[in-house]
Design a protein around this ligand. Structure first.
Ligand SMILES: O=C(O)CCC(=O)C(=O)O
Ligand SMILES: [Fe+2]
Length: 392
């Protein structure tokens, strides 16, 4: 099955990533080709990033209208924006990142109890007795991202990826026992980031386009909609210009809510200058303090029929360690993913093919490992004859 391939023992060893962080030179597996260096041919600038105040958005009258139009313009320009006024206590946000940092600092043997590489339960593998077939990657748990080929350049980070919603889908064997506070903090943050950030924003995004507030949320599957949390730890990197923290990608989500390290930057969004004619430019997302960042994901690009686009982003490393927490809001796996009918008409026919949400998610991991966008990798774009005829 896609996203659950069998991997060899050598790949298991890359989980001991922490050991290399003390080396002076990045190991070859992490070093990018010269043309892919994060400093090659691009200019990383910091721009004034749009911020939407959720308290004002929930207000009535002129304040709410002003915030809604800010939201729409942020979505249509960047596909990303900061949110203030979410009311989530700063102590919860600080505590969560501190607990995550503590987990990543634990000895490798302890973290590997929650490894994303598991011993295969398949009888065939046991009978075959081949060590290469007894270990299997699956996305949940602690470790590096999936490695499909020997040529794949690794990202300079360790991850901890956990399904947090619906609660009955939590696989607690992957949840760290240490520090003991981490689990409770993550449960608390899951509740408030869903209720106070993702849900009101999905409603506001529908309303901003003139549709009922449940135009997007109604298609996600209610209580069965999935949420994943991903902590990422970027060890100090001695040569940040040679490696990616996380390679350029779009997100596997309807919406992504990010809690960024308040002290160390690194996240960059790709901006197309002059609609692409002027080349690409990487833009730094500056320190947000206790504001959260929201990014449109691939599933929203499909559901909105391309009205909202998922921005390409990446993380660059630095000589300082960095930690982040990212919440991915996804449809129920059994749901169909397709443009909502309210955004499809003759003038704007469906731009993406329909497929099941879990098929998309599986394909996403294949595409990510290959360094491609899932929408292209899965050939989901529909080419309309009339549109191509009229533009040719
Ligand atoms: O660490 C970050 O700032 C962002 C990570 C990210 O983009 C992701 O996990 O999809
Ligand atoms: Fe991302």
């Amino acid at each position: 099955m896609a996203g659950r391939q069998t991997i060899g023992v050598s790949s298991v060893c890359v989980n001991f990533r922490q050991a290399i962080s003390v080396q002076k030179w990045p190991p070859a597996k992490y070093v990018l080709r010269e043309s892919d260096h994060p400093t090659a041919g691009v200019l990383a600038t910091s721009l004034d990033f749009p911020t939407v105040d959720l308290r004002r958005l929930a207000d009535t009258g002129a304040a709410a209208e002003e915030e809604a139009s800010k939201l729409l313009s942020a979505l249509q320009s960047w596909g990303a924006f900061a949110v203030s006024g979410h009311g989530i206590p700063g102590a919860l946000l600080d505590g969560l990142l501190a607990a995550a940092r503590e987990f990543f600092h634990r000895p490798p043997a302890e973290k590997l109890r929650h490894s994303n590489v598991v011993v295969s339960s398949s009888a065939a593998a046991d009978i075959a007795g081949d060590a290469n077939e007894r270990f299997q990657f699956q996305p949940e748990g602690y470790g590096v991202d999936r490695v499909d080929t020997d040529e794949q350049v690794l990202d300079w980070c360790d991850r901890l990826y956990l399904q947090v919603s619906p609660p009955e889908s939590r696989r607690l064997r992957f949840w760290p026992a240490h520090p003991p506070s981490l689990r409770r903090l993550l449960e608390d943050f899951t509740a408030v980031s869903g209720d106070r950030v993702a849900a009101p924003l999905l409603a506001a995004m529908g309303a901003a386009l003139g549709f009922p507030e449940d135009v997007f949320s109604g298609r996600l599957g209610g209580e069965k909609a999935a949420t994943y949390a991903r902590f990422t730890y970027y060890p100090p990197c001695p040569r940040p210009e040679l490696v990616n923290g996380v390679k350029p990608h779009t997100d596997n989500s309807v919406l992504t809510v990010l809690l960024l390290d308040p002290d160390v930057g690194g996240l960059q969004l790709l901006s197309k200058r002059d609609g692409g004619a002027g080349g690409d430019e990487w833009v730094n997302v500056g320190g947000l303090g206790h504001d959260l960042l929201v990014i449109v994901g691939d599933e929203m690009e499909i559901m909105s029929n391309g009205v909202f686009r998922a921005p390409v982003h990446r993380v660059v490393t630095s000589v300082k360690e960095r930690v982040s927490l990212v919440m991915f809001y996804l449809p129920e796996p059994e749901r169909n993913l397709e443009p909502v009918e309210e955004l499809v008409d003759e003038a704007r026919p469906a731009m993406y093919r329909k497929l099941k949400a879990d098929t998309f998610a599986d394909g996403f991991f294949d595409a990510f490992a290959a360094g491609e966008r899932a929408i292209d990798f899965l050939k989901l774009r529909v080419v309309h004859q009339e549109a191509s005829a009229s533009t040719s």
